[in-house]
Design a protein around this ligand. Structure first.
Ligand code: GLC
Length: 586
């Protein structure tokens, strides 16, 4: 069973940083299909996305996960804010981002940095006001960027007015908004369930002498989705944001929306969790089938507003389970996230191939949604780069993988710069409670949440000098938007080039996927075909040079569209260590 929090822990392994590498930027840039895509400096205009106004825009998009605390701090108080995002929309447009998923910016005591919402219909003052939000939406719209919100559906903050009412008496009208039970004996919670964030999932509340349920922190009590009033409130909240111009929601922790009605004990597994408690198999507090009926009802709400989309934080171990989230008639989530790339954690071409094929052929025929990183897991270059290899080159390789597949990539802020994890070294510096509770086994999620690196000025241009809520990465003087924009070989310009190709080459935006047979197990090769045109993608997942002939596929040769650490000549492709090629069959 793959659970969000367990995954956070599983993959938290730090790889030694790269020594150095040879980077061959191929001379293929000149053969890019459009003048705009052929240029590699900031002055190159990103080609328009011709699907921007379509109802299924999300199938032809690159979605950018943006963590507002860490993006840009417009008022220099140390924490990012909405006006900071608005000020950088040109950057996102230039990158070729079609939609921005904002992690929670609602009022919150910030115990879990916004994933503990105390009011679903407002903006936390530290991020701005509803007016700032409206301005962000309208400025984004001018640039053809859609705003998607993070909807924390499973739980609220214990400071939400519903919970304050709910805990005040057993007969309060909000009592059933949450899950209250008697203990099974004196000082014994109702069952053995353990919270993903450590300790029992039940907290005894002195006022009424009952326990309430929390899958995450005690400050995040679970909402009771079996109460139709909860559902109505949440659905009306969605409508309220849709009317404000929001294009969709990423549903947080949707796989734990329901619990077993009988609250059966979870089986105990061998070993301990990160917090030193007993490990358990979360079969009764996770993936309870009732979630699907609720999602079908939710989808009806979404369908009241054309072109709106539901994205799910769906940690599933099999594509069969994933397929269920699309719904029996594609009537649940349009975009359940496919997290199975995030758990490979090494450059294993066979595993990637297997997993691509699995999602390509999912039972629901659902549109694949690819994720490599997010605000909960160590940055991809740290997880995937083999010891001694160049993290930037691996960053380019991974981008070439998931920006050319059939499906929608959801990228995480800063990966386009090749940003590294910037983990705390002392427990007293840790901000994320996971890190404080589980130190040193788990350092928490601060490392992947440090401020965006804009330029070489103070605090990387995140603000104008006030102490930042998390430290700025030590490499910011060279790894920043300004420096990388000026460098044609930068990770940033590689992202721009690939995204421009997605927008201009139909085989990449809508083509079928086909695995290509390869001569070496470290090579991943596939083709995409649309309108009689085929594009091939070759990815060398090893430190060894690879020479490949694609004469069978491309008897008249290949035309390079983008290449890094690789060259193309006729049907012959040479890839250096971790090289990647995107080429069109002539
Ligand atoms: C999701 C979020 C994570 C949060 C948790 C509880 O997994 O991505 O950041 O801590 O839900 O809301």
């Amino acid at each position: 069973m793959s659970l969000a929090g367990q995954s956070f822990t599983w993959i938290r392994k730090t790889l030694r940083s790269a020594a150095h590498c040879v980077l061959l930027l191929a001379a293929l840039i000149a053969s890019l299909p459009t003048p705009a895509a052929a240029q590699s400096s900031t002055t190159a205009a990103m080609p328009a996305n011709r699907y921007a106004a379509a109802d299924d825009w999300w199938k032809h998009s690159v979605i950018y996960e943006l963590y507002p605390r860490s993006f840009a701090d417009s008022n220099n108080d140390g924490t990012g804010d909405l006006n900071g995002i608005t000020a950088h929309l040109d950057y996102l447009q230039q990158l070729g981002v079609d939609a921005v998923w904002l992690t929670p910016m609602f009022p919150s005591p910030q115990v879990d940095f916004g994933y503990d919402v105390s009011d679903y219909r407002n903006v936390d003052p530290q991020y701005g006001t509803l007016k700032d939000f409206d301005r962000l939406v309208s400025e984004a719209r001018k640039r053809n960027i859609k705003i998607v919100l993070d909807f924390v559906v499973n739980h609220s903050s214990d400071q939400h007015k519903w919970f304050k009412e709910s805990r005040s008496s057993r007969t309060n009208r909000y009592r059933d908004f949450y899950i209250w039970r008697d203990g099974r004996a004196a000082n014994e919670p109702p069952n053995n369930w353990r919270s993903l964030f450590g300790g029992p999932s039940w907290k005894l509340d002195a006022t009424t002498g009952q326990y309430y349920y929390h899958f995450f922190y005690p400050e995040q009590p679970d909402l009771n989705w079996r109460n139709p009033k909860v559902e109505r409130e949440m659905f009306n909240t969605m409508r309220w944001w849709f009317k404000r111009g929001v294009y969709g929601f990423r549903l947080d922790a949707v796989d734990v929306l329901y619990e077993d009605p009988k609250l059966k004990d979870n089986p105990i597994l061998e070993g301990t969790d990160s917090y030193g408690g007993p490990k358990q198999d979360h079969i009764y507090d996770h993936s309870i089938p009732e979630v699907h009926a609720a999602l079908q009802r939710m989808r009806k709400v979404v369908d009241e507003y054309p072109g709106r989309v539901l994205i799910g934080e769906t940690w599933t171990s099999t594509t069969k389970e994933l397929a269920e989230y699309y719904g029996p008639h594609n009537d649940e989530l349009q975009m359940p996230m496919y997290f199975n790339f995030t758990t490979i954690n090494k450059l294993d071409a066979e595993k990637f191939r297997e997993r691509i094929e699995a999602v390509e052929t999912n039972d629901a025929g659902g549109w694949p949604v690819f994720v490599l990183s997010n605000h909960d897991i160590v940055r991809q270059v740290d997880r995937y780069t083999p010891a001694g290899a160049d993290k930037d080159q691996v960053g380019r390789l991974l981008a070439a993988l998931y920006l050319t597949l059939r499906g929608t990539p959801i990228m995480y802020m800063g990966e386009e710069l090749g940003m590294r994890n910037n983990d705390p070294t002392r427990r007293e510096d840790v901000k994320d409670i996971i890190g404080r509770l589980a130190w040193p086994k788990d350092k928490g999620r601060d490392g992947e949440r440090t401020p965006m690196q804009w330029d070489a000025t103070v605090n990387a241009g995140f603000n104008t000098g006030a102490a930042t809520w998390l430290p700025v990465g030590a490499d910011y003087k060279t790894r920043n938007v300004a420096a990388e924009s000026a460098d044609p070989a930068s990770v940033l310009n590689w992202y721009r080039r690939l995204i421009a190709l997605r927008r201009t080459v139909p085989a990449l935006s809508e083509g079928d996927y086909r695995t290509l047979p390869v001569s070496d197990k470290n090579l991943l090769a596939f083709s995409r075909t649309a309108m009689g045109k085929t594009v091939v993608v070759l990815l060398n997942m090893s430190g060894e040079e690879q020479s490949v002939s694609l004469a069978d596929v491309a008897p008249r040769g290949l035309r390079g569209l983008a290449a890094t650490a690789a060259t193309v000549s006729g049907a012959q492709v040479k890839l250096s260590a971790y090289g990647a090629v995107v080429a069109e069959v002539e």
